[in-house]
Design a protein around this ligand. Structure first.
Ligand code: PLP
Length: 300
């Protein structure tokens, strides 16, 4: 039996800005769910794994880049719940901390060039056409089943929030949370895309059970996927040293930066409760440790 039930805590973040604006900000600590099956990746894998087991699939095949939180989560979850795993990795065989952990968890890695990587089904068929036990899991776990797991986050909440924030890569987590809110008019969802492109808003909409309005903030991509700027790094360092909580520069750093920026711009009514989802993924920090370290030295 696969059991991926876990309630992560909601923790209030104290900051002079929030006092001044008379708002309360909480962080849902999904980063505490598991060190490797971290944050939203745990929620996204839940029904994929349960369905895989029911369908008699024994081999998880999935896709990602050399720093993919999803590859790492899948590798660890496969080991934990008795599956074989294969990771199809975009680009050349460069050893990273994430890929080293994937290998440790027993994941078999296949490297494919960027061009072929685009057509995931063709690659899957090429290697696993005759393997009945192999299950295709899309990059990032994206899709309906993953959104279903993310929707459950809402049932766990201990109090009412007027605003909920999450970072978006594929938008699956965002869509799941919006579905979980179940058209509750008192809560507005805010999507913080971490990459440029308006397709993401449509990708979220495609996964919604009902059409619901949400805010889609395009000002916090910091130049694109996995791109950073000195003010983002400075923010992550300030937050770490004042709250004792690490954020990663790819997802949660940008999301939390948005919460602070919008608070500063009086986007929230006084008296509002705001929840930001810490979707985990701290290995993203290791992926940038050199660049990050150098910039930190310049800032401090
Ligand atoms: C993968 C990831 C996301 C993006 O989730 P989507 O469902 O693809 O939008 C957000 N935050 C972290 C830390 C992640 O690892």
């Amino acid at each position: 039996m696969i059991n991926l039930n876990f309630h992560s805590p909601e923790e209030e973040i104290h900051h002079p800005l929030f006092l001044e604006k008379n708002i309360r900000v909480y962080l849902k600590r999904d980063d505490l769910i598991h060190p490797f099956i971290s944050g939203n990746k745990w929620r996204k894998l839940k029904y994929l794994l349960i369905n895989a087991e029911e369908a008699g699939k024994k081999h998880l095949v999935t896709f990602g880049g050399i720093w993919s939180n999803h590859l790492l989560a899948t590798a660890c979850a496969a080991a934990k719940f008795g599956f074989k795993s294969t990771g199809i990795v975009r680009g050349e065989d460069i050893s990273t901390d994430v890929l080293t952990f994937c290998r440790l968890f027993g994941m078999n890695l296949i490297f494919v060039d960027r061009e072929s990587y685009r057509d995931k089904q063709t690659i899957f068929n090429k290697y696993f056409d005759t393997d009945e036990s192999a299950l295709f899991i899309n990059e990032g776990g994206a899709g309906k089943e993953a959104a279903k797991g993310c929707a459950e986050l809402i049932e766990e909440l201990q109090q009412q929030y007027q605003h909920i924030f999450a970072a978006c890569g594929t938008g699956t987590t965002a869509a799941g949370i919006i579905n979980g809110l179940n058209q509750k008019p008192s809560t507005l969802f805010h999507a913080i895309p971490v990459l440029n492109g308006s397709f993401l808003k449509d990708d979220i909409k495609k996964l919604l059970r009902n059409p619901v309005n949400f805010e889609f903030h395009t000002d916090y991509t910091f130049g694109g996927y996995a791109k950073t700027k000195p003010n983002l790094i400075e923010f992550i360092a300030d937050f770490a040293s004042s709250a004792g909580i690490l954020l990663d520069p790819v997802y949660t750093g940008k999301m939390m930066y948005a919460v602070f920026d919008l608070a500063r711009k009086d986007h929230f009514k006084p008296g509002s409760n705001i929840l930001a989802i810490h979707t985990g993924g701290l290995f993203g920090l290791l992926g940038m440790k050199e660049k990050f370290g150098k910039q930190l030295l310049q800032i401090k």
